[in-house]
Design a binder for this molecule. Sequence first.
Ligand code: FPP
Ligand code: MG
Length: 333
Amino acid sequence: MITIDAIRQPIGEDLKAFDQFVADNINAEGELLQEMLTYALSSRGKGVRPILTMLAALTCMPDRPNPESRHCSKRTYLAALIMEMIHTASLIHDDVLDSADERRGKPSVNAKWQSNLAIILGDYILATTMALGMASAQYDIVSYVGSAMATLCEGEILQSQHARNFDTTRGDYFDIIYQKTASLLGVCAALGALSVGAAREDVERMRKYGEALGMAFQIQDDILDYNRNNNTGKPANNDLREHKITLPLIEVMEHASDDERKEMIELLKRCDEDEAALDTLHAKVNNGGGIERATETMQAYLSRAMHLVSKYEDTPYRKALIDLCTFVAERDK
Ligand code: FPP
Ligand code: MG
């Protein structure tokens, strides 16, 4: 079993320095704003995005120094910080949109301070981050970031549009998870490579690696949502309650007759207020092979991601990028 700590191990010192970099650069004037900011940053989660940026940077260092003497520069930290803050802000906004009370086992920002303040906190984090990026004059890094944020918003709108209409197809689902998760992880890895001056083809290869990893990451997230024993800190079956059709359900609906499909949609429409309907639909997905088939698709993305980094020299950083793929498949939180 691969743990996130094992993946963090080759960049332990860099991650410590990165935490200090965040503490030094992301602060607020005003007691309440600082309290909210501290709260939001204190439960940042696994830190997959900064890990990805740093590992991509250290894997792609163009002059290939001895692996033991490789360390990240401030430029890599800045790229990692920007991506982590976009992610943090997007989850704060996402919990408002989903009316979610919990995030990572703790009350969400909106549950603690209400939605209006949560929205402003998310905006503040984005604004501060962009100001930092501009002040650093690392315009090549900053220029990647605007479109990454726009893509996230497109994904979120597309998802809520389909959740309202109960009409998410397989193609829609892949568009949504690409936009809301994979594109951002692709930019994290690409920026790691860019931050060390890697060749354009390496920047693009890392982007593709991050995107494939991100597709798998979101599929696993959607699978975990069906697992009532998961350790995610989120209540199970959130997606069904929010009327979201994700891959495990799509797999079962695609193998069902027209009548069965209609019945599943009718059940889905009631999942936000009817526990019996939720249980029935949950059982149909579990017993209908939805989880197994979604897992196969996830594995295919991970094989692609592993293949993409296989061309790099064998260093602890490349190994950690490969281990990250195994971790995504095995994780239960
Ligand atoms: C989590 O999805 C949500 C995202 C990965 C993206 C959210 C994006 C926005 C709200 C757009 C705003 C963008 C910016 C740049 C602030 P989920 O609800 O499936 O996951 P969850 O179960 O963790 O909540
Ligand atoms: Mg959500």
